[in-house]
Design a protein around this ligand. Structure first.
Ligand SMILES: [Zn+2]
Ligand SMILES: [Zn+2]
Length: 337
């Protein structure tokens, strides 16, 4: 049996990234988007409308697109919904500039299969920075192969919709296309109110910088924090075979994704907060969708069923459920036994 590395043992970068080759185009996109987001520091680019759009966008694109769409629906199939609604969620996800649905799903499924071991694409056991964002800049030769997508995201690519997004980087065009209306709407409203194109351009730029670039970068770091902080700092409810943790700050910023140890224990469960005080905004939205009939076959954590069973009979039977073990301290035992 392969010995499990402890949290203090470093992990090497995934073998398919060795020797390290930087993907310069992707690096340039990430750096440029950060620089564009930094324009928010200049008063000329400020507007309260832009701030409001950033906050709304964080939930609309970040929650419905990424956490609810890309992650809990497309990757883990934690619930079902009408195909048209699934595609709407997928489009919202592409507006977060975090890769196409198929590639995001494939990389994340690989992460679950090999969490904190070779070839986990973004374990922070390599270094914190690698797990957070460094892995995005390294050429992972395995991810470039068609067999990779075929192995991890075949279900998606059987749908021509996702294949179209994949081909010729159409998903990237979707991101660019969604940014344009922010500027145009601001330009027209600003011009309408002031009769000045310069004022219109300033207002349009504020909506673009706050509503698109800053929001994109914020959602990036919230998502990336799940991969970095969520595998290093926090507490553990379950003895999963990795270093995943529950981190309240990440849960708050990433709409519930910070209950990451719970998620690794039950990847398919649509709710990541398992205890009553582990608030999960995305789960609240899924419940809402369930109530209005848009979400069906919602998978709930098995420990919730166990609690109900306990209360009804006081004699729970083994059901294959991973019991919520005694709380493990931060960076506690990697595996029981
Ligand atoms: Zn993880
Ligand atoms: Zn997951």
């Amino acid at each position: 049996m392969t010995p499990q590395p402890s949290a203090t043992q470093a992990l090497d970068t995934p073998l398919p990234t060795q020797p390290l080759t930087i993907m310069w185009t992707q690096t340039a996109v990430v750096v440029t988007t950060h620089l564009l987001a930094a324009l928010a520091l200049f008063p000329w680019f400020f507007s309260w409308t832009g701030v409001i759009l950033a906050v709304i966008g964080h939930h609309l694109f970040g929650c419905f697109g990424m956490t609810l769409g890309y992650h809990r629906l497309l990757t883990h199939r934690g619930f079902t919904c009408p195909l048209w609604f699934e595609r709407v969620l997928a489009i919202l996800g592409t507006c977060c500039l975090q890769d196409s649905p198929a590639r995001w799903v494939a990389v994340h499924r690989q992460h679950h299969q090999f969490s904190d071991e070779q070839p986990d694409p973004h374990s922070p056991l390599v270094t914190f920075l690698w797990g957070h964002m460094g892995w995005l800049f390294a050429d992972n030769r395995e991810h470039n192969r068609v067999t990779f997508l075929d192995r991890y995201a075949r279900d998606l690519l059987q749908d021509p919709f996702y294949m179209t997004l994949e081909r010729n980087r159409v998903w990237l065009l979707v991101y660019i296309a969604h940014a344009v209306p922010f500027f145009l709407a601001g330009l027209l409203v600003g011009w309408w109110n002031s009769n000045s194109w310069l004022t219109g351009a300033q207002f349009g730029a504020s909506l673009l910088v706050w509503g698109v670039f800053l929001r994109t970068v914020a959602v990036w770091h919230f998502t990336w924090s799940v991969n970095s902080l969520g595998h290093l700092f926090g507490y553990r409810n379950y003895s999963t075979g990795d270093q995943s943790t529950n981190n309240w700050l990440v849960a708050l910023l990433a709409d519930g994704e910070g209950w990451h140890n719970n998620h690794h224990a039950e990847p398919r469960a649509a709710a990541h907060g398992h205890r009553w005080w582990e608030f999960d905004f995305t789960w609240a939205m899924i419940r809402l969708l369930e109530m209005i009939g848009l979400a069906k076959n919602v998978i709930r954590p098995q420990c919730w069923n166990r609690v109900e069973h306990d209360e009804s009979s006081r004699h729970p039977k083994g059901s294959g459920v991973v019991p919520p073990t005694k709380l493990l301290d931060r960076r506690g035992a990697r595996k029981a036994g």
